[in-house]
Design a protein around this ligand. Structure first.
Ligand SMILES: Cc1cc2nc3c(=O)[nH]c(=O)nc-3n(C[C@H](O)[C@H](O)[C@H](O)COP(=O)(O)OP(=O)(O)OC[C@H]3O[C@@H](n4cnc5c(N)ncnc54)[C@H](O)[C@@H]3O)c2cc1C
Length: 469
């Protein structure tokens, strides 16, 4: 009895000897850091401008936040995988050009992923983290933190992390011009979640042998892109996430801007597919608005921005940023949430093993490591998916190659999970070598097999699809 008591005493770390961490913001980045650091034995307080119920139920999700493969492994360092719904196994791509009578199919491919992708409502992910954080003794203070408050908070602890997203306190961290490629948004965005689409697997077969387990990525060469895929909504469970990406000057912008509620979000998406992607319209018409959650849609635009991630407050106290407050991505490459959890998991590892003070220099070194490991590549893969002129040759060569060789499409979407190889595939020669290695034959031979399609298969109406053949 006495021995067991003594053992307990030795193993216990009192709050007064724990290193004290403050985290500002309770989105995905803040709650991931909070839970991971409480688990690692830190004394953690999360400050949030919204209470728990409001974070879960009174705001739209920051984004769709699909985890593509590798980020799931980092996330598992903080929390076990709780979700069976919203998982997908590949991407069905169709590219079109022109409008009305002159609309033509350009190419299509259907790529299985070499990993699992998971689209879970980010409000649910954050709330599940917050629940565990509180159970394990984390403190949660509801108040908007001003720059003045931040100074005082940072002066009273060992480490302060700013996780306030793209707005919030990110202005404390000036934009890094060397690492930031754009000064304005590259896409206007519409995010919306829907229900409906019963028996989806069979109905999706005209686009993918893996049915509804493959997401759709429809590209209109002049106007923008659309994504549709399985999603786990926090309240209703299995559902569908749509993201529309309108290019500057695209007629889609006006369409997106007409969305005012869940019903108009659904009507706009149906209208968009009917006009620009009518092959898919019979399925899209089955989508139903998610009236259960009036925050199930979002309009916006992101200027992709990299910040130096470490700053000093008015009195010289050091603060570091994580998540969107450090790097804000256009969502077309699906990198924001993934990079947030990877940055956070690696920072937690480093914080655990570092016995000294968390100085400006030490924190800057951690961010530089993160930039080398993921941030830079994630930023570049976003430029690739945006069709940035820097990546024109990639689009020209990789898309037709993917249309004739499934391994090339799979490797292309492998970059969403692990973007790092892209840094070594920059020149035309490097791209053709990449194609040749994957295909086992010269890139010229691969590309010679590509023929423009005359038409793409159409979805059947729900009655046709369910009728016995
Ligand atoms: C349309 C769209 C689709 C996306 N799809 C993907 C995808 O497929 N894959 C992917 O990886 N990423 C995706 N993202 C990006 C992803 O959603 C974000 O990167 C991620 O959710 C950011 O989390 P965060 O915690 O950094 O910021 P946020 O979610 O913005 O959280 C910040 C929190 O801080 C709080 N706060 C702000 N200021 C203060 C203050 N002064 N005091 C206290 N609290 C404050 C806010 O209320 C908020 O709760 C997408 C984004 C968009 C817009």
């Amino acid at each position: 009895m006495i021995r067991r008591y003594a053992f307990y005493q030795e193993g216990k770390v009192s709050n007064s000897t724990k290193r004290k961490v403050a985290i500002i913001g309770a989105g995905l980045a803040g709650t991931t850091a909070g839970l991971g650091l409480v688990n690692a034995g830190f004394d953690v307080t999360i400050y949030s401008d919204r209470d728990r119920g409001s974070l879960r139920n009174k705001v739209p999700p920051t984004g769709t936040a699909v985890y593509f493969g590798k980020s799931l492994e980092y996330d598992a360092e903080v929390i076990e995988d709780l979700y069976d719904i919203g998982n997908s196994t590949g991407m069905s791509v169709r590219i079109f050009s022109g409008a009305g009578e002159s609309r033509v199919p350009v190419l299509a491919f259907d790529s299985p992923f070499k990993y699992k992708a998971q689209a879970v409502d980010v409000r649910l992910r954050a709330d599940d983290r917050l629940a565990r954080f509180l159970e394990r003794g984390g403190k949660f203070e509801v108040r908007p933190v001003t720059l003045q408050d931040l100074d005082a908070i940072a002066g009273g602890g060992d480490l302060t992390l700013v996780a306030t997203g793209k707005g919030g306190l990110s202005s404390l961290f000036p934009v890094d011009p060397d690492r930031t490629a754009y000064s304005e948004p590259q896409r206007h965005l519409l995010l919306a979640t829907f229900k409906g689409l019963k028996n989806a697997d069979g109905q999706f077969a005209y686009r993918s042998s893996d049915g509804a387990r493959h997401n759709w990525f429809n590209i209109h060469a002049e106007f923008g892109e659309t994504f549709l895929g399985p999603y786990l909504h926090k309240d209703i469970g299995a559902s569908w996430a749509f993201i529309g990406f309108a290019k500057p000057g695209s007629p889609w912008i006006e369409l997106f801007n007409s969305v005012t509620d869940t019903q108009s979000a659904r009507d706009v998406v149906v209208d968009l597919y009917a006009t620009y992607f009518p092959e898919d319209a019979a399925l899209i018409e089955q989508l139903q608005p998610l009236h259960e959650d009036r925050h199930s849609w979002l309009l916006g635009a992101v200027t992709p921005t990299v910040r130096p991630a470490v700053a000093k407050t008015a009195n010289g106290n050091v603060v570091a940023s994580i998540g969107d407050a450090a790097i804000a991505f256009d969502p077309i490459g699906g990198q924001g949430a993934q990079t947030a959890v990877i940055q956070t998991a690696l920072l937690i590892r480093a914080l655990k093993s570092h016995g000294g003070k968390f100085t400006y220099e030490w924190l800057q070194e951690q961010f530089d490591k993160h930039w080398q490991h993921r941030g830079d590549a994630a930023t570049e893969v976003t430029r690739l998916f945006l069709g940035d002129p820097k990546y024109a040759a990639h689009g020209e060569l990789l898309f037709p190659a993917a249309a004739v060789n499934v391994d090339i499409g799979t490797a292309f979407f492998g970059l969403l999970s692990e973007p790092q190889p892209l840094l070594g595939i920059q020149t035309r020669d490097e791209i053709t070598n990449f194609i040749a290695e994957l295909a086992g034959e010269p890139a010229g031979d691969v590309l010679a097999k590509f023929k423009s399609p005359k038409a793409f298969a159409w979805a059947k109406s729900v009655n046709d699809a369910l009728a016995p053949s």
